[in-house]
Design a protein around this ligand. Sequence first.
Ligand code: ADP
Ligand code: MG
Ligand code: ZN
Length: 487
Amino acid sequence: MSQEISEVNKTDVLEGFEIIIGLEVHCELLTKTKLFCACKNQFGDEPNTNICPVCLGLPGSLPVINKRAVELAMRIGKALNCEVLPSTFHRKNYFYPDMPKDFQISQYDMPINANGYLELPDRSRVGITRAHIEEDTGKSMHLGGSGRIAEASNSLVDYNRAGVPLVEIVSEPEIYSSQQAKDYVQELRQILVAIGASDGRMEEGSLRVDANVSIKPKGSEVFGTRCEIKNLNSLRSLGLAIEYEARRQAELIKEGKSVSQETRHFDENSGRTSSMRSKEEANDYRYFPEPDLVPLDPDTAWIEASTADVVALLPITKRKNLEALLGEEYSSQAALLVGIGLDEFAYKSIEAGADSRLVVNRVINELARDIEQAKQISIEGFVELISLEATNKLSATQSKAVLQEMLSSGGKPVEIAKRLGYEQIDANEIYKVIDEVIANNPAEWERYLAGDDKVVQFLLGQVMRSTKGRANGKEVMQIFAGKQLSN
Ligand code: ADP
Ligand code: MG
Ligand code: ZN
């Protein structure tokens, strides 16, 4: 809420401008071993324990490509509607302590995937320029000061991450707001997790986002100069960094200055971006072909075998399936259910005959509170519960209580309902109780018959008291209304 307010307050400086964003997302692949050696690909291990001559770049060592990494890259390509292409590897040369070889093996002019798109839940499409394979670098840690190298007293380096397989997914500059950028990363993250390519843990650096941001006058065909904000590791930071950066650029332009192309760092504490390096000091990577690796040219059979199940696993497919069952008016609930991973549970329950409105409602409002626990209850039991509610054998309140009991201690809904005293009284008994209540409260009943609808809550309360809550409120109200009408 506070963020929404501050965004509203600050819109003035951006008025008349459009924001243009292109995202580069680095995804660590969920392989057992690294990209070019047999070292473990494992986050959080003791520093410098998963290393060997290959990932340390010792002289004479040779890279051997990890087959699973190539398969996962092709799965990503398929998920992002890319063409899977013959590709080659290059050396990208630079000197940095976390790059023990002084170069990174990456794909350059011939990436494995190109020319795709990602469709967001709101149906907007963002072009995918390329999604190529490369190796991750090691990790340096700067001690003392803020964590940045300038103020550090010591630096440590951990090479466990050096050589971990990455796919870098580069979007076209076709994202137009911080919200759309967040939606894009969220959808991409869901896709990568669904197809088994990534664990999606942004906080552990499994997914890292660089945001290229520029602004231009509304309606202008010419793009403005962009700045690239490096290494955003949460959706929140991504949104805040884009908002801050777009406003910074707008202020420069309003002051008659110009934006210079540079790489910037986002500081989580201050919420500001600051310059890391300008284009003039940009690295010259001296790309050249990697002599120790042959080109990759997967044949059709291998591509098909590795990607055949991808489409069925995609969140967009699951949303569409659920929407087909529920109707388009349920599209936001369908998206929510897919997002929390309870779509299949809802789908199967409805398919088994449970009332779809009640299923969606109970899953979103009750089961979503603890998703792991929710996955423990059987579809059969859930369907049975929903049908007890749909046929008025349980009231909404009772049904929710039974569901909680099913979640916490298991058991069949009918038995739990019995144990909780929710066995409903039969129709004859209800009529008898209602007649008694009317006889005992003649004045209130007269007022009700005369059209005073407020008094009905009192009468209903009396019925509930006599039946110890076993009567179905809806049914009692219907009987009251019938008597009022026929009076
Ligand atoms: P580089 O090789 O320097 O990273 P690219 O041309 O590959 O440059 O672009 C990198 C990213 O920048 C892509 O995601 C692209 O969509 C984005 N981009 C390019 N031009 C702009 C722009 N004017 N505004 C915002 N993003 C842009
Ligand atoms: Mg770049
Ligand atoms: Zn190794």
